[in-house]
Write a protein that binds this ligand. Structure first.
Ligand code: TRP
Length: 449
């Protein structure tokens, strides 16, 4: 069976795919929204600390377990278990992770559908076909379902093509396009009047906010979501890395790219809000800086509209950017249940992708119809609670359950001198004691509110 597994063809291929998974709506939409809602730079500072001190070690736990076991999260946790209890606990935690990945994909598809609709709207305006634009930009059921379905088809299409021809080839194409678009947009926005005010809010911290416990939990949830942790996505990508690649360095690179792009997205969106304000757009909602859909679908487009034809080109580019980022992430979520099906049943990749993809889309339909009741609930349950909790279990398995020599052997591949490295001195202890404890502490502190 092992010979039939897919594999990334190069180190760069893996980095782009893993960074493609990590960089998504969470970076370009979620992160700036959180910054705006949590007092600007204070959130940025806490986020950066948590991303490198907690999320990176947890990412390393997933990547190493994945590469050693060469399997999906359910089989992997059983494979490194040391007794009957850790074996069944691993199995159920793994299955729970697969469920969480599927639920995240179901709401992600809805949001990505909105983005795709707005991209289409701006493209239509650009081409002079504006009759359909009001329908495309208004929040209505048929539009939401049609575009979520379209996005779902794209996700399924890539995953059914496999690890190399699907995930890797598309990430290689899309990630560089994303970076170029982002930098061009930032250059434009920063040259506009009002941008400096936004820049100050984004970069000069108000330290009185830093001890706010809700801020810490939000930043933790955001960091885990942004690095695609706690559901087995990075674990399965890790299982497709070549044996000769150096894991700690690759993990660090992925973390850097992910936080770097989130930082750049903030550099675009926060100043853009203040540029829009100078143009007369109201950027506050209930006394707070607007975030979420209002920010992405109203405020930014008003800014783009005020520029005239050039603005239409920029708006189209911006929504293309968001769609690309969402697609390289959604494929990584679908790979989690699909890889489980491939490794535990006799199903072929193509049929597994379509079957599972369509089942998940039926959840998307439910969330779209019962939006008020389901959307917020599922987002909080999966991203704020489940991801860090499964993350704790993964750290405990890497730190306590898994035999240390076997762990060292996995890390030695691609990095023979690892025993003398700083990483080996710190990480095993860190992932054993500090990570689970600190993640847990962030929870307890927030529950005390
Ligand atoms: N990290 C992606 C983002 O920032 C979303 C994502 C992809 C994800 N795969 C995941 C989130 C797995 C949680 C779990 O948008």
């Amino acid at each position: 069976m092992r010979n039939h597994r897919g594999q990334f063809s190069s180190r760069l291929g893996f980095v782009l795919a893993a960074a493609g998974s990590a960089v998504g709506l969470g970076n370009i939409w979620g992160f700036p929204t959180q910054v705006a809602g949590n007092g600007g730079a204070a959130f940025l500072v806490i986020y950066l600390i948590l991303a490198f001190c907690l999320a990176y070690p947890a990412l390393m736990a997933e990547l190493t377990i994945g590469r050693h076991t060469r399997a999906n999260i359910v089989i992997a946790l059983q494979a490194i278990a040391s007794n009957g209890f850790t074996r069944s606990f691993g199995k159920y935690t793994g299955l729970y992770g697969v469920l969480v990945a599927s639920l995240i994909l179901s709401f992600y598809t809805l949001v990505a559908g909105w983005v795709l609709a707005h991209f289409t709207a701006h493209l239509c305006k650009l081409l002079g076909v504006s009759g359909i634009v009001p329908w495309l930009t208004s929040d209505n059921l048929s539009r939401n379902l049609i575009f979520a379905f379209g996005f779902s088809l794209m996700t399924i299409g890539v995953i059914s093509a496999g690890v190399h021809r699907g995930i890797e080839v598309w990430s290689d194409r899309l990630m560089p396009a994303l970076l170029v678009l982002l930098v061009l947009l930032i250059a434009y926005v920063l040259s506009q009047e009002g941008a400096m005010e936004g820049l100050r809010l984004y970069l000069v911290p108000d330290f009185s906010r830093i001890t706010d416990s809700r801020l810490i939990l939000s930043a933790l949830g955001q960091a885990f979501f942004s690095l695609s942790l706690g559901v087995g996505t990075m674990l399965i990508y890790g299982s497709y890395i070549r044996a000769q690649d150096n894991l700690p360095a690759i993990g660090a690179l992925v973390t850097l790219v992910d936080t770097g792009i989130a930082f750049l997205a903030g550099l675009l969106v926060i100043p853009a809000m203040f540029v829009a304000q100078k143009l007369g757009v109201d950027i506050y909602q209930n006394g707070q800086l607007a975030g979420g859909p209002a920010l992405i679908f109203n405020i930014l487009p008003e800014l783009f509209d005020s520029i005239g034809f050039g603005g239409q080109v920029i708006a189209t580019a911006f929504f293309a950017l968001l769609t690309i980022a969402a697609l390289t992430s959604s494929i990584s979520m679908l790979e989690v249940p699909v890889s489980l099906a491939l490794e535990t049943t006799t199903m072929a990749r193509r049929s597994a992708s379509w079957l599972i993809g369509l089942v998940i889309f039926s959840f998307t339909v439910l969330i779209t119809i019962y939006f008020d009741r389901l959307f917020g609930l599922i987002v909080t349950l999966t991203t704020t609670y489940s991801e860090p909790l499964v993350g704790i279990v993964l750290c405990l398995y890497a730190g306590w359950v898994w035999n240390r020599n076997s762990l060292l052997n996995t890390l030695r591949q691609g990095n023979p001198a690892i025993e003398n490295s700083f990483f080996w001195k710190i990480w095993p202890v860190y992932v054993r004691y500090f990570c689970p404890f600190l993640i847990f502490a962030a929870f307890v502190q927030s529950l005390n509110l």
